[in-house]
Design a protein around this ligand. Structure first.
Ligand code: FES
Length: 83
């Protein structure tokens, strides 16, 4: 059994499981939009799930342009939507 991991997304507290990707933890928490497009504000979430499309980029602990599908969630992570 995996350990529970607490994190925030745009300031809201969520929890996931150790070993999950950031994207999986967010989707499993009901978050379906990780960011919005620059010009039209269209919502984006996981598309490829393997690090190729960059649709899932978010800011993690202050570091921008992180692919949520490739990075494991860690305790206390502060995740924010990219613009
Ligand atoms: S979903 Fe395609 S890079 Fe993350």
């Amino acid at each position: 059994m995996n350990s529970k991991v607490n994190f925030t997304f745009n300031g809201t507290q969520y929890s996931g499981e150790e070993g999950q990707s950031v994207a999986a933890a967010l989707l499993n928490s009901g978050v379906t939009s990780l960011r919005s497009t620059r010009f039209n504000g269209e919502p984006r979430t996981i598309f490829c799930g393997i690090g190729i499309c960059f649709d899932c980029v978010v800011k993690i602990d202050g570091v921008a342009n992180q692919r949520a599908c490739l990075i494991a969630i860690t305790e206390g992570s502060q995740i924010e939507s990219s613009q």
